[in-house]
Design a protein around this ligand. Structure first.
Ligand SMILES: *[C@@H]1O[C@H](CO)[C@@H](O)[C@H](O)[C@H]1NC(C)=O
Ligand SMILES: *[C@@H]1O[C@H](CO)[C@@H](O)[C@H](O)[C@H]1NC(C)=O
Ligand SMILES: *[C@@H]1O[C@H](CO)[C@@H](O)[C@H](O)[C@H]1NC(C)=O
Ligand SMILES: *[C@@H]1O[C@H](CO)[C@@H](O)[C@H](O)[C@H]1NC(C)=O
Ligand SMILES: *[C@@H]1O[C@H](CO)[C@@H](O)[C@H](O)[C@H]1NC(C)=O
Length: 482
């Protein structure tokens, strides 16, 4: 029982360790995340500066920070202790399908210690005063740094909330791009993940010599891109140089239409790769078929987002996932993100003192639209050129073996056949209601995970591990508890 309590404590309070870690690792990493959480960056708010961690979210636009005591988190921005705060008193809010926050619009000085080339700027902030199912116990962040476009910012009556990025552009009088290099975990037995956020102006040279593949941002709200297909590929091993590929490789039109029916976005605030249900089932079915019969993995793991635990770290010799993205270069051209099993079999908790088991979760989930969460970005270097409207993808020097290949040609123009060019007005009305849904749902999912893991750990402590794999459903947990 002692061990059990200790492990639960470690999982829940692990972020304290992560915070102090980010200093010792030097400037290479300025993003970190605890088990099941997205990546966050340290920020100084106000004058004198107060330090917080903000979740880096390309799925929303507003900088929002806890400004009152809340359940499950002690640290919050004390606005009245900042001599430079300007509080409008006007209400702003964000709603999403399972929760919401309300706050007021203020402005203050914002500075990121790990982004030396970006000056301290005065920017709009949402001071969160009330929230429901937004902050959860044990999360290592107190707010969000939204990096998307203005139409998906927080809203209030007759209020436009300027984003931090727009304030930076305005202050520097030039457009700034940002780059996410998400590296994932550093060892197979430790779920802490690391990454780097960098701000670039058009004069910065790119030190990564791997080829950059650009996909256009189709509509500038979220980072909406054309995901042409998602498929399972045998293995990445002998397929390294496909840049010369002479073959015309056509896109399955039916899948392409399905993927982009609602929209497809790149969202660092989401954990998983979210796919329309039929595509999800097809992909998962194929991956499952490749699992050796000796390693039994339950349906709960594949279809219900539950953790599976093994006594040792697993070497996943499973197929890779290929994600085809529209290229900016030509209407019939695309490139491919090749994602190894190390990305989508995500380590979510691992051998802590005395416990020899490692838990994984599937980095894929079903939904109504397509979301490339950070599972699709780890091992890659992703440049968001906001002003020019494209996202550049490169194989990176850190993290998994994920890579980018192409370009490939299709025989027909893809924008038309996949109906990628839809007018914005069609959906503009619904944006406000749905604006935060994307980031928030995944935050909730991530936090619930930390919460759910605790009983799993507890159960394992009570009983010696006999099975090869454990997947506890919530129903099973309830039974054990009673
Ligand atoms: C969060 O922590 C508080 C106090 O420690 C507790 O009362 C509450 O039930 C916890 N909530 C969750 C969702 O774990
Ligand atoms: C993860 O690794 C770091 C060092 O990189 C260590 O300080 C931390 O305790 C580890 N966490 C777990 C849960 O083992
Ligand atoms: C953004 O895109 C424009 C046009 O393609 C280009 O001139 C500029 O250098 C890009 N900026 C960065 C940081 O790559
Ligand atoms: C990859 O190529 C090497 C040498 O060309 C070969 O020995 C190996 O079996 C190939 N692997 C696969 C998975 O095809
Ligand atoms: C692919 O398409 C581009 C532009 O349409 C063209 O320049 C290129 O030669 C094509 N490549 C192949 C291998 O067909």
């Amino acid at each position: 029982m002692f061990k059990c309590a200790k492990m639960m404590r470690n999982i829940v309070y692990g972020f304290v360790v992560f915070v102090s870690l980010s200093y010792t690792l030097g400037e290479e990493f300025n993003l970190f995340g605890g088990a099941g959480q997205a990546y966050s960056v340290e920020v100084n708010l106000g004058h004198p500066p107060q330090k917080f961690n903000l979740l880096v979210d390309t799925g929303s636009t507003t900088l929002a920070i806890a400004s009152q005591v809340r359940q499950g988190g002690k640290s919050f921005f004390m606005a009245n202790e900042s001599s430079s705060i300007w509080d409008s008193g006007k209400q702003v809010q964000a709603k999403y399908s399972q929760g919401m926050w309300v706050g007021h619009l203020a402005s203050d000085w914002v500075q990121f210690p790990s982004l030396p080339n970006i000056p301290k700027v005065r920017t709009d902030l949402a001071l969160i005063t009330e929230s429901h199912k937004f902050f959860m116990n044990g999360s290592g962040w107190q707010g969000l740094l939204g990096l998307a476009y203005l139409p998906v910012g927080a809203w209030g009556e007759n209020i436009i909330v300027e984003s931090w990025l727009d304030s930076v552009d305005r202050t520097l009088k030039k457009p700034i791009s940002f780059q996410l290099k998400l590296c994932g975990v550093k060892s197979a037995t430790n779920a802490t993940h690391y990454g780097n956020l960098q701000m670039l102006d058009n004069a910065n040279e790119n030190k990564n010599n791997n080829r950059t593949y650009q996909t256009p941002v189709l509509r500038q709200r979220w980072y909406e891109v054309g995901v042409l297909s998602v498929r399972v590929i045998d293995t990445g091993v002998n397929n390294t140089d496909s840049t010369q590929s002479p073959v015309v490789t056509d896109i399955n039109n039916e899948i392409c239409l399905k993927l982009n029916k609602e929209k497809s976005i790149v969202d660092s605030g989401t954990t998983n790769i979210r796919l329309p249900d039929t595509v999800f089932r097809e992909i998962v079915g194929q991956i499952r078929n490749a699992v050796p019969e000796t390693n039994v993995i339950s349906d709960e793991f594949w279809y219900h987002g539950e953790a599976g635990c093994w006594p040792q770290p697993q070497e996943w010799s499973l197929p890779w996932i290929a994600i085809d993205l529209l290229s900016v270069d030509a209407d019939n051209q695309y490139f491919t993100l090749e994602i190894p099993p190390q990305n989508y079999m995500r380590v979510v908790s691992a051998g802590e003192a005395g416990a020899d088991f490692v838990c994984y979760k599937l980095g894929l989930e079903a939904g109504t639209e397509t979301v490339l969460g950070y599972t699709a970005m780890e091992g890659l270097q992703v440049l968001f050129n906001r002003s020019a409207g494209w996202i550049g993808w490169q194989t990176s020097d850190c993290g998994s073996d994920a890579r980018v290949t192409g370009p490939y040609n299709a025989s027909t123009p893809l924008i038309d056949s996949c109906q990628l060019r839809r007018p914005v007005s069609e959906t503009a009305v619904s944006i406000r209601a749905a604006q935060w849904a994307l980031c928030a749902i995944s935050i909730i999912a991530a936090c619930v995970l930390v919460y759910l893991l605790a009983p799993c750990v507890k159960a394992l402590c009570k009983k010696p591990l006999r099975m090869q794999q454990i997947s506890l459903s919530t129903a099973a947990l309830v039974e054990q508890e009673t």
